[in-house]
Each structure stands twice: as structure tokens, then as C-alpha cells.
Design a protein around this ligand. Structure first.
Ligand code: ADP
Ligand code: MG
Length: 469
């Protein structure tokens, strides 16, 4: 069960966060409602408590609903000095459990161990040698992002910087990390520039560790000597002091004409925990969204994956019909496409069988999921509501208080609260800088009205349908 909880945690926070903070967390015991966990240092303990306490609890509750408390303690020196079993033996096993449909390690196509690029003072995050421009497939949803990334990668030291920062956002598995690592590989091989790829977690970890060892100054200077700073998964940047540091670094680099490239799962305006100054700086460069993968692009990605696998397993072949089938049915994201090819590879290798449509149908059944509900944007809500009530979007954001705009505005805020994950203050901000209590009032008002006014209730339902289509 402990390994399942760890698996959940890993999925929930991502590989990089997991290795940074949780890899050395051990289970000491479970008693009634509380789970006792330990970590080797006080620092880890307070960091996990401050940032991940809820997450850890949720992961436990998913396995054991009766758990209501997590006790985290610091292991004594003696125990942590002898980590042997937990640390080494199960690690591989865990990897296999966690590879989510990827073949066993010896079959991983070109999956050489991740290598780090050469940044000594500042360890960058590991780079995957497969994630290059050569293997990146261009389609309608990523043309612009790709072109911008290429442009950035091909720049030379001293060139004028065209878009700074370049900010790419997209949902999970749509190619952000691929594109960022491609920029890093290309930048590091072609020119004399120093390109550093860091996940936001790694940035935090580096900064906090530097503070602890009183080398923060060296850390900052090393960062400012970078020509191209590439930051992945910015949505994970947490904590006031790290954000302030990130802000300084960003400003220093941009002002010095260095390039910054950022990826996140949402646009700058939706990075709620960042302060306004960082947000506006982020939005001041080029912001590009990568949309969902179209069928043609999915087919392209599948083909590129097969080609990569064939470099090492020459007999591996996937018939056109199977590729078409996969491209049509696995609509979710690039990770599942990769997983599907890896499974077919594993299966055909292990059983020495050619890939057939029937085999594909069986092997990838669980990767075919119903379309995720669409992520609804506040702007869309405002647009649809404005149209419905025949007012303008700026009326909704204005301070006008006439009845014909007050009600639509309240409906729009109510929909924003119920259809998105945005917080009340964030919604207030997006409605012309209103206070969160105003939003709360609107939400309650509409909730009350919907309960007794059938006409309004139907109107609201119809708006929801329009937005979800
Ligand atoms: P994200 O960082 O946005 O979650 P990744 O960059 O990790 O997504 O992509 C997930 C998988 O899909 C990776 O295997 C990646 O190589 C593949 N992928 C996504 N988009 C493309 C693309 N345009 N061309 C080739 N592979 C892609
Ligand atoms: Mg990623």
C-alpha cells in the first residue's frame, strides 16, 4: 500500500517534485487514523509540511479513507545513515510500476539514462536525449510555438532578443517539455551560449538549498550568467521568497538582453499564486498557447515514435491501419501516444509477434478515455453571457450598476465560480478588479435565485451547455 501511495504522490506532484522532496520519505507506521512518516532532515520536514501536507494526506486517503492525520518526523542520524533496503532495491521495481505502460527498462527504445547538460555551478534538470527539434512534429496547434522556439534556439550571443520572455502554455502531454528541451539541446550544441533548463521545482530547490548553505549569492550570480534560461512547469513555483527571487532573476536577465523561455499549464493571468509584477512581466513577452493535438498531428507523433523505436529494434513494424486506429482513438495527449507505441513494442518483442490491429485493440484499451471535459475560460464565460443578455463584455467588467448589467454580471461570476477552478479573488480581478466578497455575494445570489426561479435556472443551464460544447 505504501508503494501505491507513493505512486499516487508521484503522479500528483510530477516526477521532478517527487524526486526533489519525497524520494527519501519513509513509512514508519500506521496507527488508527494517523500515518507516521519520516524524512532525513529538518529542512525537508518543514518544506513538505509547508507545501505538500494536504497533497500527502489526500494520497493516503485515496488508499485508506480512514486516515486523517500525517505525522512527519525527522529520522535520527543512525537510521538515515543506513538507508540500504528501502532506497536501492525497490527503486527499480517502483520504476516499473510507475512506467505506466512503458516496456521494461531493457526494452525502452532509445531511452538512454537521462543525461545532464553541462552546467556545473548550477545543476540543470536532466534532459531527455529524445526530445529534440528533429523529433518534434509540427501541426496546426503548435506551429507558432514551434517557430518561436526555433527562433530562440537559433539566436546567438548578442543577437537582439525578439520575444522575451517566450511563454508557452498548454495542457498536460501536449509537448511543452519536448519543445523546451529541444531549445536547450539546440542552444547548447550550436553556439557558445549557455542554455540552462530548469523545472520550477528545481529552481526552488536550488534556491532554498543555496540559502541553507549560505551560497545564495553564488546561486544568483550563476543564474545571471546564463544566456538562455529555460523554466519548465512554472505553475509549480511556490513560496514568497522563491517567487521574489524568480522575479529578480527574470528582471535581471531580461534587462541584460538574455533570453528567458517558460512553459506552464496555464496563461500568465491564471498563475494565481504569483504576484502581479511577475505576471505582467511574463505577459509582456510572447505568450503562445499550444492547443490539443489534432488527428493528423497524433498520427505524425505516432510515426515519429515508431521510427525512433525502429532505430534500435529493426524488426518492429506497425501497420498503417494500426497507426490510424491509434490516432483516431487515443485523443488525449502525447504521453498516451508514447505509451501505446511502447506497449506494442514490448508486446511484440516479448512474444515475438508482429503487431496487428487486434493486438493493438487489446493492448491499449485502457488508454482510450472519454474526452476530458473542456477547460472553460473566464473570457469565454463573459463572452457567452454578454451575447445572451445583449450587453457588451466591457459592460460586464465596468462599474455600471443598472439592472440590465448587474444580473448578467452576477450570472457570469456564478458560472466562473462553478465551471472553472479559479478562486474568488481571481474571479474578482478578472471582472474589472472587484473584491472577492462581491463575487461571493453574486454566487450566493444566483444560487438562491436558481433554486426558485425556473426561467433563470433554465437560462443558466443553457449557458452551461453552450460553454461546454
Ligand atoms: P507536456 O510537457 O506538455 O506535459 P511533453 O512534452 O512531456 O508534454 O509531451 C508528452 C509526450 O508527447 C512526449 O513523449 C512528447 O515527445 C510527445 N509529444 C507531444 N507533442 C509532440 C510533438 N509535437 N511532436 C512529437 N512528440 C510530441
Ligand atoms: Mg512537461
Amino acid at each position: 500500500r505504501w508503494s501505491r501511495v507513493k505512486g499516487r504522490l508521484r503522479t500528483s506532484v510530477g516526477e521532478d517534485v517527487y524526486t526533489s522532496w519525497f524520494a527519501r520519505m519513509d513509512l514508519e507506521g500506521v496507527q488508527d487514523e494517523s500515518v507516521h512518516l519520516s524524512v532525513p532532515t529538518r529542512f525537508l520536514k518543514s518544506w513538505i509540511q509547508a507545501h505538500y501536507a494536504d497533497r500527502v494526506l489526500t494520497c493516503w486517503q485515496a488508499e485508506m479513507p480512514e486516515v486523517h492525520r500525517i505525522d512527519l518526523t525527522v529520522r535520527t542520524a543512525m537510521r538515515s545513515a543506513a538507508p540500504a533496503k528501502e532506497q536501492t532495491a525497490p527503486a527499480d521495481q517502483r520504476r516499473i510500476e510507475q512506467t505506466n505502460g512503458r516496456p521494461a527498462p531493457e526494452l525502452r527504445a532509445t531511452a538512454t539514462a537521462p543525461v545532464s547538460a553541462s552546467h556545473d555551478a548550477l545543476g540543470g534538470s536532466p534532459l531527455d536525449p529524445r526530445l529534440t527539434f528533429a523529433s518534434f512534429v509540427i501541426g496546426r496547434s503548435n506551429t507558432l510555438a514551434h517557430a518561436a522556439a526555433r527562433q530562440v534556439a537559433e539566436g546567438r550571443r548578442g543577437d537582439p532578443v525578439m520575444f522575451n520572455p517566450l511563454y508557452i502554455h498548454a495542457g498536460v502531454g501536449l509537448g511543452k517539455t519536448h519543445l523546451l528541451q529541444a531549445v536547450t539541446w539546440a542552444g547548447n550544441s550550436g553556439s557558445e551560449r549557455k542554455v540552462l533548463y530548469l523545472t520550477a521545482e528545481k529552481f526552488m530547490y536550488g534556491f532554498v538549498a543555496a540559502l541553507k548553505t549560505q551560497t545564495a549569492l553564488a546561486f544568483k550570480e550563476a543564474l545571471r550568467g546564463i544566456d538562455v534560461l529555460v523554466i519548465d512547469d512554472l505553475q509549480f513555483l511556490q513560496g514568497k521568497s522563491t517567487q521574489a527571487e524568480f522575479c529578480h532573476t527574470l528582471n535581471a536577465l531580461i534587462d541584460a538582453g538574455r533570453q528567458v523561455v517558460i512553459a506552464a499549464d496555464r496563461p500568465p493571468s491564471d498563475l494565481e499564486s504569483l504576484d502581479d509584477r511577475v505576471r505582467s512581466r511574463l505577459a509582456g513577452g510572447l505568450v503562445v498557447e499550444m492547443g490539443s493535438l489534432g488527428e493528423e498531428l497524433r498520427l505524425g507523433i505516432l510515426k515519429s515514435r515508431v521510427a525512433a523505436a525502429r532505430a534500435h529494434h529493426a524488426s518492429f513494424d506497425v501497420p498503417e491501419a494500426v497507426l490510424d486506429y491509434l490516432a483516431r482513438t487515443i485523443t488525449h495527449n502525447g504521453r498516451d501516444l508514447e505509451g501505446a507505441i511502447n506497449r506494442l513494442l514490448a508486446h511484440s518483442k516479448l512474444n515475438a509477434q508482429p503487431v496487428t490491429l487486434e493486438m493493438a485493440e487489446r493492448e491499449v484499451r485502457d488508454l482510450i478515455r472519454p474526452q476530458e471535459p473542456k477547460r472553460i475560460k473566464i473570457e469565454d464565460i463573459q463572452r457567452v453571457v454578454a451575447r445572451q443578455y445583449n450587453v457588451s463584455r466591457s459592460d460586464l467588467l465596468s462599474s455600471r450598476r443598472t439592472a440590465n448589467v448587474v444580473r448578467p454580471r452576477q450570472v457570469a461570476m456564478y458560472l466562473a465560480k462553478t465551471l472553472t477552478l479559479r478562486s474568488l479573488p481571481e474571479i474578482g480581478r478578472r471582472f474589472g478588479g472587484r473584491d472577492h466578497t462581491t463575487v461571493l455575494h453574486a454566487v450566493r445570489k444566483i444560487e438562491a435565485l436558481v433554486a426558485r426561479d425556473i426561467a433563470l435556472s433554465e437560462e443558466v443551464e443553457s449557458l452551461k451547455r453552450q460553454l461546454q460544447e
